[in-house]
Design a protein around this ligand. Sequence first.
Ligand SMILES: Nc1ncnc2c1ncn2[C@@H]1O[C@H](COP(=O)(O)OP(=O)(O)O)[C@@H](O)[C@H]1O
Ligand SMILES: O=C(COP(=O)(O)O)[C@@H](O)CO
Length: 583
Amino acid sequence: MTRLFNEPSAFADEMIDGFVAANSAQVRRVSGGVVRSTVSTPGTVAVVIGGGSGHYPAFGGIVGQGLAHGAAMGNLFASPSAQQVHSVAAAANLGGGVLLTYGNYAGDVLNFTAAQDRLNSEGIETRTVVVTDDIASAPLAEKHKRRGIAGDLTVFKAAAAASEAGYSLDEVVRVAELANERTRSFGVAFTGCTLPGAAEPLFTIPEGRMGVGIGIHGEPGIDETDVPTADGLAELFVSTLLSELPEGISSPDGQRAAVLLNGLGSVKYEELFVVYRRVAQLLEEAGVVIVEPEVGELVTSFDMAGASLTLFWLGTEEGSELERFWRAPADTPAYRKGSVGAVEQAAPAPTEALDAGLTENIPPATDDSRAAAAVAAAALQAIAEVIDENVGELGRIDAVAGDGDHGIGMQRGSRAASSAAVELLAVGSGARTLLQRSGDAWADRAGGTSGALWGVALRAIGDTLGDSDAASGAAVAAGVRGATTGILGFGAVVGDKTMVDALVPFADALEAGIAAGRPLTQAWADAADAATTAAAATAQLLPKMGRARPHAEKSLGTPDAGAHSFALIVQRIATVLKEQDSK
Ligand SMILES: Nc1ncnc2c1ncn2[C@@H]1O[C@H](COP(=O)(O)OP(=O)(O)O)[C@@H](O)[C@H]1O
Ligand SMILES: O=C(COP(=O)(O)O)[C@@H](O)CO
């Protein structure tokens, strides 16, 4: 239970304010997250990490000398937006290129990749290494699909130490990839967690039972057993991790390894030490030489009760490159090791100036386009309303096989887009400007997968409508087609159990209706019906994309959350169009 909060939607922001106030010797706030407040070596690689909030010390807590240069800090359990990642990376950049490194979650991949593209296009050479240490989340043959959990720390630490050693971007990437390949984790949980203001836990585990392999957002695990003894848990952890040694390591005997026993939020340190006692015995019996172990909270999940074990295989040679980097000093709010020596406070950089104001530099627009912008603003308001009405249901659907945040993510995004639209309409924006900037506001405030998708969709529709012409049926259908193409660019196809399953039939039906000469309102209403039918039919599909994929079978019988919200939205816009017609 999370008891101390003000307005739940302000929790992440207020948490970051307090965190920075308490740790100004190491971090300072920038748009989108935090960067080091101390001077880093010019010309070196900036290691930029990030993810959803609610996992402290991941991610802001491990920014500082010897560790990350900056962290993009998203909303609770939702990836930061591309805009957040971009502005943190721009502020952290030291001129030697940027490494983006983060846990492998759909929303993070979408948003960090968009930020990487933008940084590269601006001449800031940027590369990515995603962390995939959670061996329960996909089989070894699909290691690239695994999630990142407490093994984040070993990869971030190795990359950052390589940067401190003056390695080039290519070399830092090589080290980070090697560290990821050598890092394996396995976790369990005894209770779910409750986000601030939520009446119910995000997920539950029956009393006395243990979810084996469960993810840090409650993603379904691979088994459920009775809660074992501390020694029993240590045995499960060690035997599971020793059964999957990284490539090139045929036996644990003689291998050196960093060992991390991570508490997920409400397991006491004392309990962890009892478990660790047996973990160390078992590893030593297997011939493993333990190097600078960590027992404590490294990647948490709010008040979730659970733990994970991570092994970071350093090789047989004492003082190997990975071992030196693991042992290198660090000084961050939550993680300190050795001495980083004297550090100098940095002067604040003008990061905030990177973000243009919402209503600044509004391009000229015709009256026709302003009229279209007014309809778009009404539609965005209606979207925010229909999401508000369904926020709980969308979360429930998403929780069946995902992380349960679809409702709150859509709510944050649609509210932000709707209020941006009001402001943009008041300063005379045309349809393109209003939809593009409202779409950016949606993506930026929501973060996560759906934020990125809806940001792209609104931007594409705005691009087609422009700031001059009236919004004809053909132009709207072409805009929806553009949005569809943009979203398909994220890789899902019809049948993958995503929003695409409702979007494609919607776009097809809208185009066909307009081509058949039906007025926009009628064609839209018919297309919305097609989307509703298609969204309901996703209940029979198995997911192939996103967070729901690893435990596909759990979602049979439940529709896809993103397809369902899409259908609700286009139905509500059908009503808005009818109302506009009758004015
Ligand atoms: N590649 C993709 N293309 C289109 N839609 C996707 C894709 N991946 C996931 N989705 C949609 O995103 C929805 C989840 O959105 P959201 O709750 O924001 O996700 P997350 O919690 O992973 O950030 C899914 O229900 C699905 O409809
Ligand atoms: O939840 C997180 C990001 O993943 P999404 O796919 O956006 O939900 C975050 O907590 C881990 O970075």
